[in-house]
Design a protein around this ligand. Structure first.
Ligand SMILES: NC(=O)c1ccc[n+]([C@@H]2O[C@H](COP(=O)([O-])OP(=O)(O)OC[C@H]3O[C@@H](n4cnc5c(N)ncnc54)[C@H](O)[C@@H]3O)[C@@H](O)[C@H]2O)c1
Length: 373
């Protein structure tokens, strides 16, 4: 399978390393990183030299037309993702796109329609998105213990992405703008953690949120907070921040049998989890520990952990584990946070439909603060 990386910037190296590591970690043989493409020819050339990629260039479409791409990893700024994904799907190539996959629910719907058309036309290409934290052993263990009833129902959850980004971070031209980044710290940072919340708790029903631009010179928010009720009844809080000096990424689930906590920054392993059972349910901690003892590679999350099952599925003609519907569900929660924050109203699941300004853009009816540019 011939793989091209599109966009040779900061995150592309994680893709190159993971593609290289596939076969040694249980992925299929024969997945080969053949090309790197960037609008900036020098960046493509430097990346190719650093990562030993045989070919580099500036024109993805030419490679697709020549039949040289079986899968493309889209690592460009978010505003480029949709067009690149549509071009790849039309050419029959698989799409592995970085978060946020696209800028809006309208774009997610266009993506879903394109994948459906490709499938109907008998083309092999499938869509998937990088959400690497869904693939650490701890999240999968937590899901299993909730699904089989060991933990009992989840009553309360907290989901915090408290990160720190300097003013210089936002000087990159595509950052800090709704039209190029999709949103601020909610879309750019918190999305990792609340995607996990959705992966564990399933569908949400209502959101009340606030957003602020407190400290950075951006059009987008640098803080958002939300109260979210899930269909299961679980009540949760979400905090997303780009201006928190002691950085952490944190999830906490209070279930009937135990409090289960994850604390990490940009990736976790089994040591990042704490399980505190209620009196009389020490069996939960024992079940957790027994599973940890059986887990290979320390249970690390990351691009490799996601790409192994993804490429196994692609090689066998199966749907990859993260689908366009998963992508849309996470973007719908982001859109609901923006709509609730910017319109001062409760937002219910399924309410943001075509014709709603928050369907077309996360900025929706506009921010409560003036744009800086
Ligand atoms: N999964 C994660 O943990 C993670 C971490 C960081 C970034 N990301 C995501 O990865 C994506 C890229 O982020 P980054 O920090 O690597 O950005 P970056 O700015 O460092 O790199 C982007 C690259 O894309 C190139 N590019 C821009 N427009 C292009 C086009 N039309 N065609 C081809 N190349 C083009 C740029 O020249 C640059 O080399 C974003 O969506 C970001 O949110 C994900």
């Amino acid at each position: 399978m011939k793989v091209t990386i599109l966009g040779a910037g900061a995150i592309a190296g994680a893709h190159a390393d993971a593609i290289r590591g596939l076969a040694a970690h249980g992925g299929p043989d024969g997945v080969e990183l053949t090309h790197v493409v960037d609008v900036d020819a020098r960046r493509a050339a430097a990346f190719a030299a650093e990562h030993g990629v045989p070919h580099h260039g500036t024109d993805l479409q030419a490679l697709l037309d020549a039949g040289l791409v079986d899968a493309v990893h889209i690592c460009t700024p978010p505003s480029v993702h949709l067009d690149a994904a549509l071009a790849a799907l039309r050419a029959g190539a698989h799409v592995v796109v970085e978060k946020p996959a696209v800028l809006s629910l309208a774009e997610a719907d266009a993506l879903a329609a394109a994948e459906r058309q490709a499938i109907d036309a008998g083309l092999p290409g499938r869509f998937t998105q990088i959400v690497q934290h869904r693939f650490g052993a701890g999240i999968q263990r937590l899901r299993r213990l909730l699904d089989d009833g060991t933990l009992g129902p989840a009553y309360v959850a907290q989901c915090d992405t408290l990160w720190f980004r300097t003013p210089e971070y936002f000087e990159v031209p595509w950052r800090g703008r709704f039209d190029t980044e999709g949103g601020g710290t909610t879309m750019g940072h918190g999305i990792h953690q609340f995607d996990l919340l959705l992966a564990v708790l399933g569908p949400w029903t209502e959101v009340r949120a606030m957003a602020g631009r407190l400290a950075r010179r951006t059009d987008t928010e640098d803080v958002s907070t939300a109260l979210v009720r899930f269909a299961s009844g679980t009540m949760t809080t979400i905090t997303n921040s780009a201006i928190s000096p002691r950085q952490t990424s944190r999830l906490r689930f209070d279930t009937e049998a135990a409090t289960v906590e994850l604390e990490h920054l940009y990736g976790y392993d089994d040591a990042s989890w704490t399980v505190t059972p209620v009196a009389g349910r020490e069996d939960v901690a024992e079940v957790w520990a027994a599973d940890v003892a059986l887990t290979r590679d320390g249970g690390a999350s990351g691009h490799l952990a996601q790409l192994v099952p993804t490429y196994r599925a692609l090689a066998e003609g199966r749907t990859p584990p993260v689908t366009v519907a998963d992508t849309r569900a996470t973007l719908e929660l982001a859109a609901a946070i923006y709509r609730s924050a910017f319109t001062d109203a409760t937002v219910r699941a399924g309410e943001i439909v075509e014709g709603d300004p928050f369907h077309a853009s996360m900025a929706g009816t506009g921010t409560p603060w003036p744009p800086v540019r």
